[in-house]
Design a protein around this ligand. Structure first.
Ligand SMILES: [Zn+2]
Length: 399
């Protein structure tokens, strides 16, 4: 076929669908957390629909075992130990060159700027652990966004849609599940050896079905109008469960929304500051914040990360300078021969900073170096109360 100079993705195809709004889809922003089996399917489908801006987050590298259910990965990616997010982004743009897919190699909680959650029309969770779901739920609700959770095991799969005011992952956790998560995330000052997430037996079919349902729900949410004039029902506050062994599909209502839940903290007062960027030094940012907010006292409260200047082992008592964000500490210890060995047999204490003000001894480090990602929203305590300030100067990285 002759290549046309100009054509528009989906023109004359999706535009035949009565509900399809081309501009909405083209302008839509979707944040995809996880680039494994489900993430591959989800991003592929979003690309085929022509969703204009996709951010895909994953910290993992590709292994040979991923190839059986990851349509965007190739053998060469496993041999080169490429990052999942990088390859998903690259291949999705090969499928549809008219969209922009931006990879973020990092942790969805501490290494993704909150500005991306705020700008998203919908968040899609392609995750394999309770902790990751717990964290994604917190951030999505903080941004006032619905998030679509997919899970697969063997020949079954489930899709759940969490929506502010209606349903919340944390509200639905049992006491036992909650305690398990707290055990893994709660203790801030001691390094723990993280138990690797167990491999789940699954099939490429479960991933295709669940990934397809997730994107179908995302398309509905992108098309929702304030007046509710749409020809479809969403799964908001509900769960769809597919059982491949018996070919049954069931929908359950699981809405739970408890008024005392700490996850329902909505940041709707964010001040967007194009003057600020994660590439600026702590000292410059503190000064700029005083000017921008018209205050004397400023302190950045790091809610999702901490800065660690050194760690100290118990027995023998020995100090190591590290100078990294907490989110990178596990990887750092794994790479550091002596620390790795010590971490198996003794406690390692962290010396950390989570409230950053003029007394912070490393004013010349950039925000990113201390663990605040580009385009993030900082919680800033001032003499006029707490304010939420966005590093809007980084927005261009994700256009
Ligand atoms: Zn809740």
């Amino acid at each position: 076929m002759e290549k046309k100079q100009e054509y528009e993705w989906g023109e004359g195809v999706f535009t035949l669908l009565s509900w399809f709004k081309k501009d909405k889809v083209k302008n839509a922003r979707v944040l995809v957390a996880g680039a494994g089996a489900l993430g591959n399917e989800v991003v592929k489908n979003l690309a085929l629909f022509g969703v204009g801006h996709i951010n895909v987050v994953d910290f993992d590298r590709i292994e040979l075992s991923n190839l059986t259910r990851s349509v965007l990965f190739r053998e060469e990616d496993a041999y080169s130990h490429a990052y999942k997010a990088d390859i998903v982004a690259k291949r999705a743009m090969e499928i549809n060159p008219q969209i922009r897919v931006t990879p973020i190699v990092g942790n969805l909680f501490s290494e993704v700027g909150f500005g991306l959650y705020r700008r998203a029309d919908v968040v899609i969770g392609c995750l394999d652990s309770r902790i990751a779901r717990y964290l994604l739920n917190r951030l999505s609700l903080r941004a006032g966004k619905s998030w679509i959770d997919g899970s697969i095991e063997n020949m079954t799969g489930a899709v759940k849609v969490y929506t502010p005011g209606l349903s919340c992952y944390e509200c639905g956790l049992s006491r036992e599940e909650f305690n398990h998560i707290m055990l893994r995330t709660g203790c801030a000052d001691v390094v723990r050896n993280q138990v690797e997430a167990g491999r789940v037996a699954t099939t490429p079919i479960s991933a295709s079905i669940v990934g397809a349902m997730q994107v179908q729900e995302a398309m509905k949410i992108i098309h929702l109008e304030a007046d509710g004039q749409v020809p479809f029902k969403t799964l908001q506050g509900k769960m769809l469960r597919y059982e491949g062994m018996t070919n049954t599909t069931s929908i359950y209502r699981f809405a739970s929304w408890k008024n005392t839940c700490p996850a329902h903290e909505l940041w709707d007062d964010v001040k967007e500051c194009p003057e600020l960027s994660a590439r600026m030094t702590v000292g410059d940012v503190l000064q700029k914040l005083r000017e921008l907010l018209g205050v004397e006292v400023v302190e950045i409260n790091m809610r999702n990360n901490k800065f660690i200047d050194r760690v100290i082992s118990d027995r023998p008592e020995k100090e190591f300078e590290v100078m990294i964000p907490e989110s990178q500490l596990d990887a750092y210890i794994k790479e550091h021969k002596e620390l790795r060995q010590l971490s198996y047999r003794t406690l390692i204490h962290k010396n950390f900073f989570e409230n950053i003000d003029d007394r912070f001894p490393y004013q010349q480090l950039t925000l990113q170096q201390i663990g605040i990602p580009p385009f993030d929203v900082m919680e800033v305590s001032t003499d006029k109360g707490v304010q939420h300030v966005e590093l809007t100067g980084d927005a261009g990285l994700y256009d």
